[in-house]
Ligand binder design. Structure first.
Ligand code: NAD
Length: 300
């Protein structure tokens, strides 16, 4: 491997440390404790793990953590009532509705019922519009984490060619907006892109957010490019024992690391940054709501 490893686990710990220090000052100087509410509908096992992890890390940085666990058959009206109550609660600065929601609930309607100032996932249509027009917004956590790692590694991203593979609302599109905001020349590639290999070969920065295990091989990567692997794919790993699995990203790590200048691993790259950025967003929302300066280096 010749590439520098961008250690997301270490970086996320640093971000959490910055958030915790800021929270300590908020409490001491202003008597304010940032509060994050997570709403989980149903019993999807992966979502339960995420929610537990979010709650634990929220408390660890000194914030107030509130969890609302609702039955899978909760009606839309009841869910909207919980969100309305959280919107009105002055001790809650961030609200996150864990996705995916059960099929009978309209995700867009639910997300757009969150007060945009408390929308720490950055999925509310107002925040999407603000980001798209370069205005102050709440920024989706995973792309924010990718941006922080890129800025930390490169300093300025101005003028770099960036290719984002994937055009989802939660990763690909906001990632492209953020890179554009940092003056990259941005291409968004997707499932219908022609000659993806050639598109990726022109990139100084590649962000892969597809959900296809190891689909980007090293010979697509321009020598020295920075590769950010957002994908989380679980594969069977019989070599580790019966029923065992392993996580891989969307890029073929070994062949890409042999060509790239820098690369994030999976696990231990983008993944840990997502919750760290959720905490950073909650702190930002709290500072904005309280008319205080935003934490430096923790926003887009
Ligand atoms: P998605 O399924 O919503 O979007 C995938 C995108 O990939 C689509 O826009 C599609 O056009 C594109 N695509 C599909 N096949 C392609 C192909 N052959 N060539 C080029 N593009 C192709 O997925 P998502 O929610 O954006 O997530 C993407 C991946 O990132 C998943 O593995 C997901 O688990 C992971 N993820 C990780 C984090 C994290 O915290 N690290 C957060 C969110 C998502």
């Amino acid at each position: 491997m010749t590439a520098t490893l961008i250690d997301g686990k270490e970086f996320a710990a640093r971000v959490r440390g910055q958030v915790a220090a800021h929270v300590t000052r908020l409490k001491a100087d202003h008597g304010i404790t940032p509060g994050l509410a997570v709403v989980l509908v149903g019993e999807d096992p992966a979502s339960q793990v995420y929610v537990r992890s979010k709650g634990k890390q929220t408390v660890e940085v000194g914030m107030k953590s509130v969890e609302h666990k609702l039955e899978a058959d909760t009606s839309e009206a009841d869910l909207l009532a919980v969100i309305a109550q959280l919107n009105a609660d002055p001790e809650i600065h961030g609200i996150l509705v864990q996705l995916p929601l059960p099929g009978h609930l309209d995700e867009d309607l639910v997300i757009n019922s969150i007060d945009p100032a408390k929308d720490v996932d950055g999925f509310h249509i107002s925040n999407v519009g603000l980001l798209g027009t370069g205005q102050k917004s709440m920024v989706p956590c995973t792309p924010l984490g990718c941006l922080m790692m890129l800025r930390d590694y490169h300093g300025s991203l101005s003028g770099m060619n960036a290719v984002v593979i994937g055009r989802s609302n939660i990763v690909g599109k906001p990632m492209a907006q953020l890179l554009l905001g940092d003056s990259c020349t941005v291409t968004i590639a997707h499932s219908r892109t022609k000659d993806l290999a050639q598109v990726v070969r022109g990139a100084d920065i590649v962000v892969a957010a597809v959900g296809r295990p190891e689909m980007v091989p090293g010979d697509w990567i321009k020598p020295g490019a920075t590769v950010i692997d957002v994908g989380i794919n679980r594969l069977d790993a019989p070599e580790k024992g019966e029923g065992k699995t392993r996580l891989v990203g969307d890029v073929d790590f070994d062949s890409c690391a042999a060509v790239a200048g820098a690369i994030t691993p999976v696990p231990g790259g983008v993944g840990p940054m997502t919750i760290a950025c959720l905490l950073a967003n909650t702190l930002t929302a709290c500072c904005r709501a309280s008319g205080l300066d935003e934490p430096e280096g923790l926003t887009a």
